[in-house]
Design a protein around this ligand. Structure first.
Ligand code: FES
Length: 119
């Protein structure tokens, strides 16, 4: 089970265990279940309120992905990913940005640092 550490300048850091492998188990779901106050709005990848910065703490390599189509649109609008990074991701299947939407990012078997709020 991966360890997910939530960190914010406004709140005490908190590390929780996550269950990986469920397509419905997002970073936002885990945060809500553990009373971690990540801001969110639509819950559907459309508003960018849940923008977080993610660092993979596992020695297993780069952060798993992929970004959802909605994440790509929003991250591009917010200036958090470039077209070159999007193109590279489609080739090597590696996420080339640390920025994610908590409501869209599905948890995998990797330890993560989630920094919020990110704006
Ligand atoms: S809550 Fe709106 S994009 Fe995540």
């Amino acid at each position: 089970m991966p360890n997910i550490t939530f960190s914010s300048p406004l709140h005490k850091d908190k590390t929780v265990y996550a269950v990986a492998g469920s397509l419905t188990n997002t970073v936002l779901t885990l945060a809500k279940d553990n009373h971690i106050p990540i801001d969110f709005g639509c819950g559907n990848g459309e508003c960018s309120t849940c923008l977080v910065k993610v660092t993979n703490l596992s020695a297993k390599g780069p952060m798993g992905g992929p970004l959802t189509d909605r994440e790509i649109v929003i991250l591009k609008q917010e200036g958090k990913i470039t077209q070159a990074e999007i193109d590279a991701m489609k080739v090597d299947d590696i996420v080339h940005t640390a920025w994610r939407l908590a409501c869209q990012m599905v948890l995998r078997d990797e330890d993560l640092l989630i920094e919020y709020p990110s704006k």
